[in-house]
Design a protein around this ligand. Structure first.
Ligand SMILES: [Zn+2]
Length: 276
């Protein structure tokens, strides 16, 4: 294993009843140094204080991870599928999720977390009214993030260039494009004419295409830390693993690491998290 100054996984989940700190140790073992920890939906929390409990848990999980010697970015916010949870509880989903956005913004302003996410649309086809409501929630989040200058991470279906153009139009009406990122993006998306920053799943193929493109990108695992589905997720050490691949295929690898693990994350989060 080669040690690099900064190896950043831009999007993962950690759960107390998943591999949790063992996953952090595994990440470190392969050379990982920093991670963006995103809240993982947990519908065991009652609807009334759902977001308070969820965000506090994410922040506490991140604190424990950082005690193990990794730098953390913390992302909190309503998840698009929370919509269905509130519907089945007989509660207005738009109102509840807007309250969740307000609370996340407040905690970010207090310095307890760093970014708003994952906001946007379900990743599978939904009825028109759900799509419209999700759009309203996204617009609200963009407005709040603009007011407080908070970076926003999008969760959407896989998008075509038309899909990116449509969402870019919404973003530009409400906020600045350089503070919005699409997570779980595909490398082919880098070819679309959109300035939304893309966080790519750290597969070998994505990394290969991304390097050829010369475009800005970030790498993530979207690791879900579920003991019950170990084979379904990309391993937690995938970003550090891809570093080996980049090092072996690019002479200017240290420049690339500086860009994707330090420069771009700093530009987006405005947080110096990469110096251990
Ligand atoms: Zn997502």
């Amino acid at each position: 294993m080669v040690i690099f100054r900064s190896v950043f996984d831009n999007f993962l989940h950690l759960r107390r009843n998943g591999y949790f700190l063992d996953a952090v140790e595994e990440f470190k073992k392969y050379g990982g140094t920093s991670m963006n920890i995103v809240n993982f939906p947990d519908y065991n929390y009652a609807p009334e204080d759902h977001y308070t409990k969820l965000y506090e848990e994410t922040i506490s999980v991140a604190r424990e991870a950082s005690n193990r010697g990794v730098n953390t970015v913390i992302t909190i916010g309503p998840y698009p599928l929370d919509y269905f949870y509130f519907i089945s509880a007989g509660i207005d989903p738009i109102l509840s999720m807007k309250t969740g956005i307000d609370l996340a913004a407040r905690m970010i302003r207090e310095g307890k977390a760093d970014a708003m996410g994952e906001i946007g649309f379900p990743h599978f086809p939904v009825e028109d009214n759900v799509y419209k409501d999700s759009g309203k929630i996204l617009e609200y989040a963009l407005d709040v993030c603009k007011d407080y200058d908070i970076p926003l991470i999008l969760h959407t279906e896989d998008m075509s260039s038309h899909g990116y153009a449509k969402i870019e139009e919404i973003i530009k009406k409400h906020y600045s494009i350089d503070r919005v990122m699409k997570h779980h993006a595909n490398a082919v998306d880098l070819g679309y004419s959109t300035s939304i920053l893309k966080s790519l799943v750290a597969s070998r193929n994505n990394v290969r295409i991304a390097l050829e493109s010369g475009s800005d990108f970030l790498l993530e695992t979207d690791y879900t830390d579920q003991r019950e589905k170990p084979g379904k997720v990309i391993p937690v050490y995938s970003v550090p693993k891809r570093c080996e691949m980049i090092k072996n295929s690019c002479i200017n690898y240290s420049e690339i690491f500086h860009r994707i693990f330090e420069e771009i994350p700093y530009r987006f989060y405005r947080k110096e998290f990469f110096d251990l």
